[in-house]
Design a protein around this ligand. Structure first.
Ligand code: SF4
Length: 363
């Protein structure tokens, strides 16, 4: 989405000035606002968050303060949409920078998914396909899934969601992240070579034959996270050879070769809880976003914690929530002129809520 440039007096603020003014604006707004901060946000944002979490936790936290008029979501666009769907109509959700999207979510759109669904239905007439969308997807895709009897999932509950989907039908269409789908299926005992095909939306039949589609249990959308796909087998081997007692802990959005070589894998909350609960003196190479890894290292000074990829960059879109953007939307709220309100159309909301509510029951 298009984000208008900040007025010059905000664009040129120092970090310290922005910090002082955010604290003051927050004080003035009091219980009228709740600030949610995703773990991948920079420290200068996280320090102002009333709740921090991954997308699953924040989807639940969004509902904790029905008295608040505004939920300021320091995350990316699909998260703000989910918060708008899950909260009552009197609450408005604000995204401080409208350009904070998610490159993975952008890899599947409604037109492409509808075409895929139509092709699949023609091929697998006797079998029921259940769509499962990762929460990292646009609201209209969540609505599509709700309408077709599927569910939303997160990296926390993906195995439960897929298990549920396979109790409803014989095949799962999993989008937009092929890696989470593949890792989840493999964890459940399915063979990626035999039981899964990848659907490339730019090729006829996703680049598969009718027979391949008929025999597969998983149809995995060809999407990925630009942050997590960067982790490699070579990085795991280098970490292990430098630190013999290292534990490798990665997110399931990483490629399956990396997940297979890791000691543990799981959602962002799982990664945080595992490191926090680890023995003092233990060493961890983490395969996830760098802001989170650096914060974990700071909050666990008795352990060695570092990123598996020494060259990794932050999630570029999460990074667009700069303190000046947060301050600007807060100042506008103080002035009674809310901006950057995320509003999902009612019809989309209704079906998307079906799929999101199902997600919240599959814990
Ligand atoms: S880390 Fe990956 S999946 Fe998460 S918001 Fe950034 S691009 Fe999207």
């Amino acid at each position: 989405m298009y984000q208008a440039p900040l007025p010059p007096e905000y664009a040129t603020l120092t970090t310290d000035d922005a910090r002082t003014r955010i604290i003051e604006a927050k004080r003035q707004l009091g219980t009228r606002i709740v600030i949610l901060g995703h773990h991948y946000q920079r420290d200068e944002i996280i320090e102002h968050a009333d709740y921090r979490g991954d997308s699953f936790k924040l989807a639940k936290d969004a509902n904790r303060h029905p008295e608040a008029e505004y939920i300021v979501f320091c995350g990316v666009h699909f998260m703000a949409e989910s918060a708008d769907i899950l909260t009552p109509d009197h609450q408005k959700v604000i995204l401080p920078n409208l350009a904070a999207g998610c490159s993975m979510a952008d890899m599947a759109n409604l037109f492409q998914v509808r075409n895929c669904w139509r092709d699949l239905e023609k091929i697998v007439r006797e079998q029921i396909i259940v769509p499962v969308t990762y929460i990292n997807s646009a609201a209209n895709l969540k609505a599509f899934v709700g309408e077709k009897g599927g569910t939303v999932c997160t990296s926390t509950n993906a195995p439960k969601a897929v298990e549920w989907a396979l109790s409803q039908g014989q095949k799962v269409l999993f989008f937009p992240d092929q890696h989470l789908g593949r890792n989840t299926g493999a964890k459940m005992g399915y063979d990626p070579e035999r039981d899964m095909v990848v659907w490339d939306p730019h090729k006829p039949l996703g680049g598969n034959s009718e027979e391949q589609i008929s025999t597969a249990t998983f149809i995995l959308w060809k999407g990925h996270c630009s942050v997590h796909q960067r982790f490699t087998v070579e990085q795991v081997e280098a970490a292990k050879s430098k630190h013999p007692n290292i534990k490798i802990l990665v997110h399931p959005e990483c490629p399956i070769e990396v997940v297979r070589l890791s000691d543990l894998n799981g959602s962002t909350e799982f990664i945080i809880n595992t490191v926090n609960a680890a023995e003092p003196g233990s060493a961890w190479a983490i395969g996830t976003e760098i802001n989170l890894v650096n914060r974990l290292a700071k909050e666990n000074p008795d352990k060695t914690v570092f990123c598996l990829d020494p060259m990794i960059c932050p999630c570029a879109t999460m990074y667009r929530i700069h303190p000046s953007f947060l301050l600007y939307v807060l100042d506008k709220l103080v002035a009674g002129e809310p901006i950057n309100v995320i509003e999902v159309p009612q019809k989309t909301k209704d079906f998307a809520k079906v799929a999101l509510d199902r997600m919240l029951t599959l814990v």
